[in-house]
Design a protein around this ligand. Structure first.
Ligand code: UDX
Length: 432
């Protein structure tokens, strides 16, 4: 099929390259000229495992093209919208880019087209599209909600092995077209009305965020009652009704989705006169979790003024260079406010993090460089290279009391303790 994807961000570019791999002919529209020039020569604007190979293969066989304007993609059967929907300070979603694409489409479309909404839009949005946009077009335009569930770092795998495909729409012809688009993917295809499809995305992300905040609350309680969150979470997760994923206690969730989607759902609830108290608590717990770092460091060191802290990990999770809403950025600012000196390192995210961090933060060339001269070392992102560090060498480079605060419970606690580190974890009374 001929497909156009509007937007070459994490979702759009992954969709374009994967659809192309599945045999479709894909045009990807990107209005940022610098990004576009890079993409045309095979350079990706972000790190995503496995994606460069797919983009290069698509370009090489001529089945993937990058264009600057919508005009270059109007001859497609399906047009996928994957533009940004950033959060406003009040939690509302900024839909400006989506409105602009829909308005351009209505004005420019000269042959029938099916619009598939991949961008995350608030429940209820799609219902207004028909009246507000589609009716004004000169040709028939269809619309389906088609939310994505791609995780950064595993987006390509998630695309080809989805748990489910959601199509929000009622027209049988339209649903059949979407089924053809995803014909090679082995996953249940669930059709429903547009508003429900939009809600699935928010409900799934809000539920996963709830799991994380819940286990973080249990972790905090574990420290108070003398328990250890690691065996607790493992045992709880073995209950098949609960499941073991998203039960890793730590400094809380970040990224471009969970913080934004939970706030947006809270906003939608309020707009509908509903107080979603559980969701409010999930957000509050997550915000509070980052403050644990200060409390633990202060308790162990007495003060933070004049203390040098190495921060390992700036990306919001391993496997990505994305620092959006990363706990590390908040933690670093809190440390600086308390008068600490910060040396920071991340295997991939240093260039992106550098744009957000104050000039006083030393950006280290490696984990050992970050540890040099530090009183405390803080692991915020569980990159495998931190787990595999030569910890004896780290100790030689650090200053007493050789404090290691493992914000993701990913290091061998007992081994570090035996080797003379003051090891602290999250939710582990023995290492509190
Ligand atoms: C998420 C959803 O998983 C995906 O389906 C959606 O479409 C986009 O948002 P992503 O933001 O890429 O994906 O990351 P994810 O792997 O879900 O992790 C989100 C955050 O939760 C990370 O900061 C991670 O460190 C944190 N997390 C995750 C925990 O703190 N504990 C866990 O057990 C799992």
């Amino acid at each position: 099929m001929k497909v156009t994807v509007v937007g070459a961000g994490y979702v759009g570019l992954t969709a374009a390259a994967c659809l192309c791999h599945s045999g479709h002919e894909v045009s990807c529209i990107e209005k940022d000229q610098i990004k576009l020039a890079g993409l045309r020569s095979g350079r990706l604007p972000f790190f995503e495992e496995g994606l460069p190979e797919l983009v290069h293969a698509g370009l090489a066989k001529g089945a993937l093209r990058f264009g600057a304007s919508l005009k270059e993609g109007l001859d497609a059967e399906v047009l996928m919208v994957a533009v940004g929907t950033p959060a406003r300070p009040d939690g509302r979603i900024d839909l400006t880019q989506i409105y602009a694409v829909l308005a351009d489409l209505v004005e420019q479309a000269r042959s029938p087209l099916l619009i598939a909404m991949k961008s995350t839009v608030p429940p209820g949005f799609g219902l207004s599209v028909e009246q507000r946009f589609l009716q004004k077009a000169a040709v028939p335009l269809g619309y389906v909600a088609n939310p994505e569930f791609l995780r950064e770092g595993t987006a390509v795998r998630d695309w080809f092995q989805p748990d489910r495909i959601i199509i929000g729409g009622s027209d049988e012809e339209v649903i059949a077209k979407m089924a053809r688009l995803y014909a090679d993917l082995k996953a249940p295809l669930l059709t429903m009305d547009i508003g429900s499809a939009e809600m699935v995305k928010y409900a799934a992300n809000a539920f996963l965020a709830t799991k994380i905040s819940f286990i973080n609350e249990i972790a905090n309680l574990c420290e108070l009652v003398g328990a250890d969150i690691l065996p607790v979470a493992r045992a709880v997760g073995l209950d098949r009704r609960i499941g073991g994923q998203f039960l890793a206690a730590g400094l809380g969730y970040g990224g471009s989705c969970f913080p934004k989607d939970t706030s947006a759902l809270d906003f939608v609830s309020a707009c509908n006169g509903y107080a979603f108290n559980l969701l409010k608590a999930v957000i509050e717990v997550n915000n509070r979790q980052r403050l644990l770092v200060l409390r633990k460091l202060k308790k162990a060191l007495g003060r933070l003024t004049g203390i040098t802290v190495g921060v390992l990990g700036l990306a919001f999770k391993p496997g990505t260079d994305d620092v959006r809403e990363s706990p590390a950025l908040d933690v670093i600012n809190l440390l600086l406010d308390e008068g600490a000196c910060v040396r920071a390192y991340d295997p991939l995210a240093l260039p992106k993090a550098g744009d957000f961090l104050p000039a006083s933060v030393f950006l280290a060339g490696g984990a050992l460089d970050a540890a040099a001269g530090c009183h405390a070392l803080l692991v915020v992102t569980e990159w495998p290279e931190f787990i595999d560090l030569d910890w004896m060498r780290v100790k030689q480079l650090m200053c007493p009391p050789y404090l290691v605060l493992d914000g993701r419970n990913c290091l061998p606690a007992e081994e570090l303790k035996k080797n003379g580190f003051l090891y602290l974890g999250i939710g582990r009374a023995r290492y509190a």
